[in-house]
Design a protein around this ligand. Structure first.
Ligand code: AMP
Length: 171
């Protein structure tokens, strides 16, 4: 069995010039590697009790739902505007150029719920920071933000300073 990082494929200049896209589809394509990555994410959490896992559209859904099932927790999708069918709360966050919006169902979290936030990649941290705001506006208690990959040179961890961060692979 190869190490987890051998299942991550670098795609140069995707989706635009200058970006090295971390493609996790080879990892998803291998059952043993997926299990190994899931175990590594759970290890980072250190046995903390979790009520709900919040996963970001779209690549946060893959391991977010696997984590939720392993933790006997609910799963909550955070989505791009207009995708969630019920009443939503939204947060706007800054991108390199312009802004983007993320939404969560307003009844997804009960005050005091212990929340694990999950996404595939932590880059500049803007996405995860917006999700933290959504969770806290609904009264959730953030136990950890965890990621398969952290691009440390982009310093996203600084935006998430108040929270525990878990990442399986660091670049
Ligand atoms: P950021 O808000 O800058 O931390 O960006 C994180 C979001 O963008 C995550 O949902 C990632 O899926 C995606 N992302 C950012 N950079 C990359 C990258 N180099 N490779 C793959 N996904 C990325």
């Amino acid at each position: 069995m190869d190490a987890i990082e051998t299942y991550i494929r670098d795609i140069l200049d995707f989706p635009k010039p200058g970006i090295v896209f971390k493609d996790l589809t080879p990892l998803l394509n291998d059952a043993k590697a997926t299990t190994m990555c899931l175990d590594a994410l759970l290890y980072q959490l250190g046995g903390a009790k979790i009520d709900k896992v919040v996963g970001m559209e779209a690549r946060g859904f893959f391991f977010g739902t696997l984590l939720a099932q392993k933790l006997n927790a609910g799963f909550i999708p955070v989505r791009k505007p207009g995708k969630l069918p019920y009443k939503t709360l939204s947060e706007t966050y800054a991108l390199e150029y312009g802004t983007d919006i993320l939404e969560i169902h307003e009844d997804a979290i009960t005050k005091g719920d212990r929340i694990l936030i999950h996404d595939d990649v932590l880059a500049t941290g803007g996405t995860a920071e917006a999700v933290c705001r959504l969770v806290e506006r609904l009264g959730g208690e953030i136990v950890q933000c965890n990621f398969i990959m952290e691009l440390e040179f982009l310093k996203g961890g600084e935006k998430l300073k108040p929270y525990s961060i878990g990442s399986v692979l660091k670049y």
